[in-house]
Design a protein around this ligand. Structure first.
Ligand SMILES: [Zn+2]
Length: 363
């Protein structure tokens, strides 16, 4: 009887205890997820990670997108979305959450853009939903996780012939927050500018899957560094060799299984081919300089960023467009990946850029 009596009361107590433990565990997991948004970015050349002490260009807490429901382990993952299986032992890809690619559901383009703006404004402190919506981005293609690869065109003023086509690309590396936000600010300037001499195409976020993971990552969803995946003439002979022997298989520099293997890279190559820009501007962080590839002559400085050439790499955009296609590629390496430049500096970089483009392209 004593044993039965003990079971009668200890069983409910056991379940109460189990629930408490479960709740505690959930709370701990939530805290861990909230802490994962701290950015860390590396430069285009070295493999040294830097942590920003005052990350203010992203939203770390309440507005972080809710993590999706955990998936069943037996859910088959597409091979392309499981790059870890291809890596040598001891190496891992910086994917904070392993989620299978979403099923392809055809949605109207405006819904796709609304989702992108919603996620961007939840991630970036400097970009509001209203600000992103006002950009009126054009949906063009999908990423692996079915996010929009979107652009916005600003044609030269009517009645005035354009003096050149300029392609501006931000966010190729998903953990370089400011490279997206500064482009949004430039687009706002252009919206309000009374005269415009160029045909612009802006791509504010070229790697939304990398940016919009719970913990943002440099690479795309497949764990590929898009800036090593462009189909450069030297890719076949050098990209994998460079990755293995120079970066020592750093997962943050992984060039992918073949040139332009990734949907984002394919789409960017397509943008370069179809839009046919005379100059390409691309934003990165946090090395605080201007890099330049292609025919002369480079700008000495853009705002507080001064020219310091980093060289080219197999599969990089600068190598592909600057060397192989002979198109000038201006790379702005902002000072910080997680801290926005002051408005005055953002305006000055834009002003210097437009002046430099005019000197290069005016007939
Ligand atoms: Zn970068």
């Amino acid at each position: 009887m004593a044993l039965i009596s003990a079971n009668k009361y200890t069983l409910p107590l056991f379940f109460v205890l189990l629930c408490c433990l479960s709740a505690c565990n959930t709370t701990t997991q939530s805290k861990q997820k909230l802490q994962t948004v701290a950015p860390h970015a590396t430069d285009s050349t070295n493999d040294v990670a830097t942590t920003n002490k005052k990350p203010v260009d992203y939203k770390p807490t309440a507005t972080t997108p809710k993590p999706q429901e955990p998936q069943k382990p037996q859910t088959p993952m597409p091979t392309a979305a499981n790059p870890a299986s291809k890596l040598p032992a001891g190496h891992s890809v910086e994917l904070p959450v392993k989620l299978p690619a979403k099923k392809l559901i055809v949605k109207p383009a405006n819904q796709v853009i609304t989702r992108l703006c919603s996620e961007l404004s939840a991630k970036l402190s400097s970009v509001s939903m209203a600000e992103c919506s006002a950009l009126q981005l054009t949906h063009s293609a999908f990423t692996i996780q079915h996010r929009s690869l979107a652009y916005k065109d600003y044609p030269a003023n009517s009645g005035q012939p354009s003096i050149g086509k300029i392609l501006v690309i931000g966010g190729i590396h998903g953990d370089e927050f400011s490279s997206v936000s500064v482009i949004v600010k430039w687009m706002k300037i252009l919206n309000q500018q009374p005269s415009n001499l160029f045909d612009w195409r802006f791509i504010p976020s070229a790697n939304p899957d990398g940016l919009l993971q719970i913990k943002s990552q440099r690479q795309n969803y497949n764990g590929v560094d898009l800036n090593r995946n462009f189909p450069t003439a030297d890719w076949q002979n050098h990209a994998l060799n460079h990755w293995q022997n120079v970066t020592h298989r750093n997962p943050r520099r992984r060039p992918g299984p073949r040139p332009a293997s990734e949907p984002e890279t394919k789409w960017l190559v397509d943008q370069i081919n179809t839009f046919a820009p005379e100059v390409i501007i691309t934003l990165h962080a946090p090395y605080h300089l201007v890099d330049y590839d292609g025919p002369p002559s480079a700008p000495d400085n853009l705002g507080g960023l001064y020219l310091r050439r980093l060289g080219v790499f197999p599969g990089s955009l600068g190598n592909y467009a600057g060397n192989d296609l002979n198109k000038p590629v201006v790379t702005l390496e902002l000072k910080s990946a997680g801290i926005m430049p002051l408005k005055q500096e953002i305006d000055q970089m834009w002003y210097d850029l437009v002046i430099w483009l005019q000197t290069q392209l005016s007939p």
